[in-house]
Design a protein around this ligand. Structure first.
Ligand SMILES: Nc1ncnc2c1ncn2[C@@H]1O[C@H](COP(=O)(O)OP(=O)(O)OP(=O)(O)O)[C@@H](O)[C@H]1O
Ligand SMILES: O=C(O)c1ccc[n+]([C@@H]2O[C@H](COP(=O)([O-])O)[C@@H](O)[C@H]2O)c1
Length: 198
């Protein structure tokens, strides 16, 4: 019997810090689309965002957060590439590394809303199927994309953002249960976000 191609999810993000909203999004997409693996890809320099924390911290928090799931792994592809991070490069690297796999790029509704402004947007659709998951407070706005290459997936609503987690740490509020326990400990051990400005 012919084997179906391997299905690989790609969860890109700044992950500053990674939180349960990211993990639930990846898990739900994996279940719904029968993904064999989800690769979390922390961004190098997210050119549209404020100054992010050093990439090594964001990478290690992502490793800690995903360690318990055998179908999750973390890639250094974006943090090891110099210059700003563009998804077109992430997808080209993934396609080169896994030429026979079907790629599924996972985003939240907010990130997906601006996708037509991303670098080489017209080519993105050729490299991957895009899955935009619902996110509380963010409508999935209409944008100019090929409908056969995009799916919208309703997931359990978790009103968690990295911005809010950073603000809570700065204000001395707990982030227990918003981020995985190991990430709480990592933030504390490395004294992250105490002097953050965003
Ligand atoms: N609570 C959530 N539910 C669904 N998707 C989410 C959620 N949080 C983040 N995402 C999606 O995960 C991806 C990576 O998000 P990112 O690392 O920028 O986190 P963030 O919480 O949006 O960060 P920030 O608050 O700093 O903007 C994006 O596609 C984003 O839309
Ligand atoms: O390629 C682009 O131009 C582009 C512009 C904005 C965001 N992205 C990607 O979208 C993902 C989520 O980004 P962010 O900034 O919401 O953490 C991450 O993988 C980014 O590299 C990509």
């Amino acid at each position: 019997m012919a084997q179906r191609p391997r299905r690989l999810g790609i969860m890109g993000g700044t992950f500053d810090p990674i939180h349960h909203g990211h993990l639930v999004a990846a898990s739900e997409v994996a279940q719904h689309f029968g993904l064999d693996e989800v690769v979390f890809v922390p961004t190098g320099q997210p050119y549209q965002k404020r100054q992010a924390s050093p990439s090594e911290h964001r990478y290690l928090m992502t490793v800690v957060a995903t360690a318990s799931n055998p179908r999750f792994r973390v890639s250094r592809a974006d943090i090891d590439r110099s210059g700003p991070t563009y998804t077109i490069d992430t997808l080209r690297d993934m396609r080169d590394a896994h030429p026979d796999a079907e790629l599924f790029f996972i985003t939240g509704a907010d990130a997906f809303a601006s996708i037509v402004e991303w670098k080489d947007a017209d080519e993105l659709w050729e490299l991957a199927h895009f899955v935009a998951v619902t996110r509380p407070g963010h409508e999935m706005e209409a944008t100019d994309y090929p409908p056969e290459r995009v799916s919208r997936l309703e997931i359990p609503a978790l009103a968690i953002s990295s911005t809010d987690c950073r603000a809570r740490v700065r204000a001395g509020y707990p982030v227990w249960y918003l981020v995985p326990d190991g990430v709480v400990q990592y933030i504390s051990k490395h004294d992250l976000y105490r002097r953050d400005t965003a």
